[in-house]
Design a protein around this ligand. Structure first.
Ligand code: FAD
Length: 286
């Protein structure tokens, strides 16, 4: 769906409650923002996104600059009483191909610079294609990179804090450039470590082999080291698979899963089956 097709006609005024850098200085800046929301009117589920409207004037005459951010908490709110929502934002920059100049991304810099108490207009929630199963005997296989961890944090909070008796197996493969960039799993914030003692949960890290040369995260090795379990989960009709983050992750996953499946054709057949059965969901962005 194109950004211009989203309904932004009913914005809500949210207030920045806190803003915390999740990555050490010297690496990419990713922040955890908690926004106060008018509780009763803003209901959402794990896996959905909010829209952020950055007021103009903007370069191409747009009144608002509109971008999407995944909700990083479960449906009962970041604070547990539905009046706070959290998002995880990477400060983006892009280089103009013609001038070679480096420009800050509008919405991500607006959010990363936002001060406590600042009012932010949000819209949504959007997206119902990335939802955790309701049945607690289902397995979740989650694979993501960078800020793609946000909906998985929401799933884990829902499964282990709201649901409590989750019986299915839950696996998280999470990739980032370096260990310092593994948000919610690094020294700055260990949210996901809260679930390491759950019998049904295991998390695996995938890092870039050459972070300074911008080599992609090595998700393939992490998955290959656990090939038998991943393959068994993918065959299980109770497994729901989620892939989130940068869109180039899909190509990497297709390659490694084809290897595990024995051939690209065998993987394509299984992937199509998973898609048809709504057990393969993706949430991608550039
Ligand atoms: P923009 O100002 O829009 O620039 C961003 C990109 O646009 C640049 O990298 C560049 O490639 C291109 N670009 C724009 N203008 C030019 C130009 N003049 N010349 C060349 N290139 C240009 N991000 C997160 O950090 N966390 C999330 O949880 C998250 N969830 C998302 C969920 C969904 C469903 C989607 C679709 C996206 C999500 N994103 C998330 C990405 C986010 O919506 C924004 O795309 C991102 O923050 C960049 O927006 P921006 O306004 O800062 O940058």
């Amino acid at each position: 769906m194109k950004l211009t097709e989203y309904d932004i006609s009913h914005p809500y005024a949210a207030t920045v409650v806190s803003t915390e850098r999740l990555t050490a200085s010297g690496t990419d800046e990713i922040r955890h923002l908690v926004l106060g929301i008018p509780s009763a009117t803003f209901n959402y589920l794990e896996g959905q996104s909010i829209g952020v409207l950055v007021p103009g004037p903007h370069p191409f005459g747009n009144e608002n600059h509109f971008r999407l951010y995944s909700i990083a908490n479960a449906r009962n709110g970041e604070d547990g009483n539905m009046s706070e929502i959290s998002i995880c934002v990477r400060r983006c920059f892009y280089t103009d191909e013609v001038s070679g100049e480096r420009y800050p991304g509008i919405a991500s810099n607006y959010l990363c610079d936002a001060a406590v108490g600042q009012s932010i207009r949000i819209t949504g929630p959007y997206g119902r294609q990335f939802m955790a199963p309701r049945d607690p005997s289902c397995n979740l296989l989650m694979m993501g990179v960078g800020t793609g961890i946000a909906p998985f944090r929401a799933f884990l909070k829902h499964i282990y804090e709201e649901h409590k008796a989750w019986k299915g197996q839950v696996r998280l493969f999470y990739g980032a450039r370096t260990g310092l960039d593994l948000v919610y799993m690094n020294d700055q914030n260990k949210d996901i470590a809260l679930y390491y003692d759950r019998e049904t949960f295991k998390a695996f890290e995938a890092l870039s082999p050459r972070p300074h040369a911008d080599a992609p995260v090595d998700m393939a090795s992490a998955i290959k080291s656990n090939a038998a379990e991943v393959w068994a989960l993918l065959q299980d009709p109770k497994t729901y698979t989620y892939v989130s983050g940068l869109s180039k992750l899909e190509e990497q996953l297709d390659a490694v899963l084809a290897e595990i499946a024995g051939s690209p054709a065998a993987w394509k057949t299984l992937k199509n089956k998973l898609i048809t059965e709504k057990r393969w969901s993706t949430l991608f962005y550039e």
